[in-house]
Design a protein around this ligand. Sequence first.
Ligand code: PNS
Length: 161
Amino acid sequence: MTTAVYPGSFDPTTNGHLDIICRASKIVNKLIVAPLINLSKVHTFTMDERVEHLKILTAHMPNVEVKPFDGLLVNFARNNDAKIIIRGLRAVTDFEYEFQMALANRNLAPDIETLFVSTSVQHLYLSSSMVKEVAQFGGDISNMIPSQIKNLVLEKFSKVV
Ligand code: PNS
């Protein structure tokens, strides 16, 4: 049985993230989508909110589990019997950071492999920060985030603005 972890901030989950989740879930037996509990980073969405978004979006995917983690990713992967880390790649700009992270993880855990899944072309420009910036200034985020969580995401910004 192949288990993979797809870690990230998911602050919030974008159409790009969901695309990677759908595609990765088709190539492994079990996919654990793992939002990071990062105490040193200020997230716009609380962990409960990020988990709620991910659970709504993956409810119909029987082999996908949503499980937050803290500490080292490779330890979380090991504790969950996952031998694969999934990361999405958009443009060349992602490459250096992703490659560095993959090498650091391999150094820590040579038995765990990072697999890069290329983004679909329509999501090339997308990032959580861009979604937040557009939403903050009242722009239309309809084609950036999944429709099932649009209102939950917008609610946050109507409180902030
Ligand atoms: O969506 P993001 O913010 O690019 O995800 C980054 C993430 C969560 C994958 C990365 O920060 C991470 O794995 N953090 C856990 C700490 C860790 O294992 N660090 C060592 C590898 S760089």
